[in-house]
Design a binder for this molecule. Sequence first.
Ligand code: FES
Length: 194
Amino acid sequence: MSVNIKFEPEGRSGIIAEGTYLWDAAKRLGIYLPAECEGRGECDTCAVIIKEGATLLSSLTEAERERLSPERLAAGERLACQTKVEHSGDLVLQPVPVTERAETSEEALKGFRKEFREMSLDKKLATLVELEAVAMMQTLNAVFGLPFTMGEKVLNFMAGRGRDLNRREREARRPAEHRAATAEAAGAEETHEP
Ligand code: FES
């Protein structure tokens, strides 16, 4: 049994298997969903709005209840890394715009770069003076894109790393509510891409 899934506003669509997490489905369809906490249910950067097919999805996890306000839940929001498709049918969803969720470190850094570039020289200097020596070096690396290894490491760290995590690590982060079911249905693991 399969699920027809469509992401708005791009309209990108495809077929996924039951048992697939929304975050994985998005990735397969080339939709970028940030994952600041690497799928641990500790942020809201992967939030999506379910437009159609809410009943096809797994129940709300504790993490979703903690991270999403009652208003957001009422508006149909779910955390893509916490939500599994459990029934076949048609699903339509949309990523929550960055203006309505927390910024990722990468987005915040991008915003800071732009802000910094637009500052007057005095303001730039004043901003830099406020920073501690190490932080200043890291910031300069980031702002000016200098190829310092340290700067790159920091950037990678801040940019939401974890995209190369293997399947076992990803599984370990799945909602506690889903882990027992996953173990019982080992065969269904095939449907879940790292
Ligand atoms: S990536 Fe942080 S809650 Fe989904």
